[in-house]
Design a protein around this ligand. Structure first.
Ligand code: UN1
Length: 511
């Protein structure tokens, strides 16, 4: 209560008020220890919360497993009605949740509102799914037999989410898991507990209104210990985790060893190819949003630009102009386009990456500096950087989670595609071209090796109707739209004999 700066006091009061409007009382700080909630807007703790440990996770999973036994038998459309209500509550509290996202994740208001809109959109999708979760029937080779499949609820789903999409990624998993008849235990990033508590409170209100138990969805606010307990728990049938490639390498073997399923959304090192025929006005607008938006902290952020040598100087000059005018500052202020990085470590990693790029022969064309913002000396603001690179060196092949765009030149499309795919990650990609052969080649099996491949649009800002995720070290998982729901259910194959005979398959005779 001492020494809170005026900005942090204002952020604490705004967060507490937003929580209050959602119906959440900020938990009392524990007598000792606890989890400090640091806002990237001030770089200082604004509140301290009790920190859940392994015992709390154990209790949450036990309650979720118990709730599953009832929830799995609630008719799908009735489960959908709960998610429909969640969508209404999210719509009603859109501004409140967005404010919490801005305070905890540092997103500009428009992007924070967009994140809540993404939650509302996935609720709509899940409501539709709740009436259409369908299996197939196949022709049996045997007369008087029916061969079919059913999709049944899977069990407890564990969700581990990251700071940069603190609530949307939870909703992708939870809205769909719930209509599939699963129950959820959520371990959000320790950087974003308030928006998590608010989101889950709205879901619990929707559950309570329809007479369902609260334990259908639980949030556990904790750090590493809580996360590890959730990953290791045998009762968690599916563990869906978003975070770094390193985190995924630790999670996958633990879940696999206990026979669980995992769904991983890990790093991206997304690139766009700019071909000679590209509409450069459109390309530059797409590139700036994808590379500098969210201060470069989306897993879909554009990090590499592979530009034909005939237009590379022009593209870099246009980017330099656009970047010079980017308003950096308090993400709540109208007009700001670039908010703070999540913490000082993120800023230091970005500055170190730029040093490494320079040592590799790169030239920082614009940006790439720490920026002081009035009244926020503890915050970590940076100017988004464009770096001309002579080649795709090691630093370019790693994901640095900040607004750094490396630019490389190419001469043939084959060379561009080879460079594009020559990174460990495989999340999102784009080509800017007016040439249908180039576009289709990039979309084809011999083109981009990513899970998301776009034409004349940047790498970020995917809609929820498609499956979201990527290949290689990105983890292989798919969330949100298309048939991603199948991962949240178990498939059962049934053969029904309605004849009076007992023919064996494959023509086998047995006595
Ligand atoms: C993430 O950064 O973890 O496609 C998710 C996008 C958003 C989701 C990003 N719809 O950029």
């Amino acid at each position: 209560t001492t020494a809170l700066s005026p900005l942090s006091t204002q952020l604490r009061d705004a967060a507490t008020a937003a929580l209050g409007r959602v119906g959440v009382t900020a938990p009392e700080p524990p007598a000792a220890g606890g989890l400090p909630v640091v806002s990237p807007l001030s770089g200082e703790p604004i509140l301290t919360l009790p920190e859940a440990g392994a015992a709390d996770v154990d209790a949450a999973v036990a309650a979720a497993a118990d709730a599953f036994r009832a929830w799995r038998s609630v008719p799908g459309p009735a489960r959908g009605a709960v998610i429909k209500r969640l969508g209404e509550l999210l719509t009603e509290h859109k501004a409140d949740l967005a404010e919490l996202v801005t305070i905890e994740a540092g997103k500009i208001t428009s992007e924070a509102l967009g994140e809540v809109q993404e939650m509302i959109d996935v609720c709509d999708l899940a409501v539709g799914l709740s009436r259409t979760l369908g299996g197939r029937t196949m022709p049996s080779e045997r007369p008087g037999h029916r061969l079919m499949e059913q999709w049944h609820p899977l069990g407890v789903v564990g969700v581990v989410s990251a700071f940069n999409f603190p609530v949307a990624v939870w909703s992708w998993n939870t809205a769909i898991a719930l209509v599939c008849g699963d129950t959820v235990v959520w371990k959000p990033s320790e950087k974003t507990p308030l928006s998590s508590l608010a989101s889950n409170a709205l879901l619990r209100r929707a559950l309570a209104e329809a007479g369902h138990p609260a334990a259908v969805s639980t949030v556990v606010v904790g750090g590493r210990e809580a996360g590890e307990a959730l990953v290791a728990d045998r009762r968690v049938a599916l563990l869906s985790a978003t975070g770094s490639e390193r985190m995924g390498q630790q999670v996958a073997p633990v879940v696999a060893a206990r026979g669980g399923r995992y769904l991983l959304e890990l790093g991206g090192n997304n690139a766009a190819v700019v071909a000679p025929s590209a509409d450069l006005d459109l390309a530059v607008r797409g590139i700036v949003f994808a590379a500098a938006g969210t201060a470069g902290q989306r897993c879909t952020t554009l990090r590499r630009l592979i530009v034909h040598s005939s237009v590379v100087d022009d593209v870099v000059a246009r980017l330099q102009r656009a970047y010079t005018g980017l308003p950096i500052g308090d993400p709540r202020a109208g007009g700001t386009l670039v908010g703070p990085l999540t913490d000082a470590a993120a800023r230091d990693r970005m500055l170190a990456a730029l040093d490494e790029a320079r040592a590799d022969g790169g030239t920082v064309v614009v940006g790439g500096e720490a920026v002081d913002v009035d009244g926020a000396p503890g915050a970590s603001y940076v100017s988004p950087a464009v770096v001309r690179m002579p080649a795709q060196t090691d630093v370019v092949r790693r994901e640095t989670f900040g607004p750094v765009l490396y630019v490389m030149a190419y001469d043939t499309l084959d060379e561009a595609i080879a460079m594009h795919n020559d990174v460990p990650q495989g999340l999102s990609s784009a080509i800017f071209t007016m040439d249908v052969r180039e576009a289709e080649t990039f979309l084809s099996e011999g083109g981009s090796d990513c899970g998301i491949v776009n034409v004349n649009i940047g790498t970020s800002g995917a809609e929820i109707g498609g499956a979201f995720g990527g290949e290689k070290s990105t983890g292989g998982g798919r969330e949100s739209g298309s048939d991603s729901w199948k991962q949240y259910m178990r498939r059962v194959t049934n053969t029904v004999n309605y004849s009076t005979e007992l023919p064996l398959a494959q023509g086998v005779n047995f006595g």
